[in-house]
Design a protein around this ligand. Sequence first.
Ligand SMILES: Nc1ncnc2c1ncn2[C@@H]1O[C@H](COP(=O)(O)OP(=O)(O)O)[C@@H](O)[C@H]1O
Ligand SMILES: [Mg+2]
Length: 372
Amino acid sequence: MKGLHIQGLSHSYGDNKVLDNAGLIVPAGELVCMLGPSGCGKSTLLRLAAGLEKVQHGKIIIDDVTVGSADVHLPPEKRHIGLMFQDYALFPHLNVIDNVTFGLLDMAPDKARLLAMDMLTQVGMAAQSDKFPHMLSGGQQQRVALARALAPEPKLLLLDEPFSGLDTNLRETIREETLSVLKNSGVATLMVTHDPEEAMFMADRIKIIGANGHILQAGRPHEIYYHPTHEFVARLFGMMNRFEGVAADGQVETPLGAVATDLADGTPAEVLIRPEGVILGTSDNNQGTTVEVTSSHLMGHDNIVRVRLGNGEGEDLHVRVHHTFEAELKESFSCRLDHEYAFVFPLDAESEYTNTELMDAPTSEEISAAGE
Ligand SMILES: Nc1ncnc2c1ncn2[C@@H]1O[C@H](COP(=O)(O)OP(=O)(O)O)[C@@H](O)[C@H]1O
Ligand SMILES: [Mg+2]
């Protein structure tokens, strides 16, 4: 298959077992994000794929060639990979163009220069080709780093939190540009991030690694957002409204109505509802539960309105509404659920978590996308 295939990778630093039987596929042309808290082994996996660390157990295969295993260790420069790490800075003593041609030493110098200029044009840095890194902003340096990583036409690009050093506005611009350059190049990309929005924005597929280092869910961004299989995953994307209840007849009751579940009758459960899953309407049509506005916060495109249930019970609900929606303090609304944004999880989920693999095995969809 084209792309990256990691099989049964285990890795320890002394007694600290960081990866345990990790498996992962990144098909050519796809961008896969590993999303997880710090310390869960993301960088270790990337360094192993890059060849910066030797494989103890398992296999790393790039475009059908085993580049790392207990017996094989191809050095990074022989793996046809591009690297962009948070701390993988440009060479300070080389100007922009020389930074980009650095990985093209096998090529005739004038051809390398042409190719490097082409890459710099793609990332919008051609005009700065003779500047030195210290003369560039963080965003410009990052663009050059991307050009340098892609110039040798790698089979695989490995990105470790590449945008975390940039401030918010710049980060959004750069990641959008990066994504379009990557999609043009068709390279297989494995990116690590701890920013859920970044993963949603960039990824074809997301692998979510939980606090305990185990993969909790893998899927396309849409699946992760609309069908979270764990509470941890549901909560990644901001505040949630929460009710407790007990499963009965395939549903759990909440003050906003019943939510379907396949939990067994009698299972204590929690219902999590995204702020956009609470729908406010005029209270005179008398559908749904009555709520009263306790505050309203303009967030830009959306407002977050806090409302209290009519009977005064429980915590205020967070409701996401369009910024043109006017909600006065103490105003009453009827309130109902959009079931697409309501999720039920067992209250005692311990047993569920302990059975997960550290990293998941590739799905059949991924394997077929990889053309295996
Ligand atoms: N070179 C190293 N030597 C010893 N321990 C390490 C080394 N690199 C990482 N670790 C440990 O391995 C664990 C995973 O680290 P890392 O892969 O960097 O996680 P992440 O990138 O997800 O934050 C951490 O507990 C970290 O302290
Ligand atoms: Mg890391």
